[in-house]
Ligand binder design. Sequence first.
Ligand code: FAD
Length: 405
Amino acid sequence: MTPGSNSLIWFRKGLRIHDNPALEYAAKTSTHVYPLFVIDPHYMKPDPTAFSPGSKLAGLNRIRFLLESLLDLDSNLKKLGSRLLVLHGEPGEVLIRCLKEWDIKRLCFEYDTDPYYQSLDAKVKEWVAKFEKPNTDPSAFLKPATTMLSPYLKFGCLSSRYFYQCIKEIEKEFKNHTSPPVSLLGQLYWRDFFYTVGFGTPNFDCMRGNKICRQIPWNNDDELLAAWRDARTGFPWIDAIMVQLRKWGWIHHLARHSVACFLTRGDLFIHWEKGRDVFERLLVDSDWAINNGNWLWLSCSSFFYQYHRIYSPISFGKKYDPSGAYIRHFLPVLKDMPKEYIYEPWTAPLSIQKKANCIIGKDYPKPVISHETASKECKGKMAAAYELNKKQNGKVSDEDLQNLR
Ligand code: FAD
């Protein structure tokens, strides 16, 4: 850690400025130190059946003593030219927010032997040890199901080597931790995999001249491309993801799968390079090797070849989020659509559309294609392109591609 960076000192029990190794360490290694105490709702939860004033876990006297200690700590910090920041909320969530908003590079706190704090630490470690990427939920947006560290890894704010070592440490503690490719460590291996193959493959970011890329006669349809990009396909699952991408600059891995498959080999049959460009511009974590590698993968142009396995823009999201909470959040125009129709609003009777204040074709678009027909056509075109690539050993001319269209 370089001097000049921001540190956060999280006061838990050591509410003092003397003999406080965590505070001393933070002060020595950084230019700015943010002193923080988090009031944990778990500690302050009221108990209507309590026999004396206070919360469920703490009587009034202890709460008063704690508040006085915080005032005392604040006045001692003031003498040092600082102040104590007191925030309320679940400590893990509050800390993550502060780390992001205040650009904190180092979090300092004293080791706590209390079972409650030990279990908070253990929760994080068990989450890492049990991480299985395919079982994470792409529709989870209030509490995302994966680390959301990709922007920090992309810009190098977090060292991938350091992250790797931290995961290894946790794995040592758990016999039954998950394994690559689905574990958290596995995700880092994918990252390195795409960096390696991207570096060693000329024209990795194009179809033409890229010898690991299948040559496929993609359609050129600017209207369909714009409908996908601007969240107007008429498929709420796809459109909600594209709104999240535009608003947040981040979407879950399987959400990326859904929209990339839909744009390319699943439904619209549009060139993966066009989708790659949209992702490149909008993703906070946009990374040349990883983005191109995954678009090659999802379009079945390289690495993955099971083009008959297509993500349904209707049933895939429903599996995770049957009530459509994710869609309602990102597409408020559909917020009152009954859950039976939320993934296929065009099938709702007009009376229901009126009641939901959302007329399909007026307030929200009709589907730009029929998924059933389009996906069948895509499979046929992929089969023909694969056959040609095989026959001509990958040497496919522009004319050959034209003939396949
Ligand atoms: P976690 O699951 O918590 O994984 C931890 C880290 O491992 C990630 O931050 C990332 O650095 C790495 N990682 C995870 N999955 C992959 C993967 N499939 N390939 C390579 N590295 C991975 N990721 C980017 O960082 N930048 C991109 O531009 C990008 N473009 C993508 C485009 C498409 C079409 C698809 C399908 C995936 C893309 N990904 C990209 C990979 C992946 O979706 C994100 O890394 C992941 O969703 C980020 O969330 P997270 O940090 O919570 O991931």
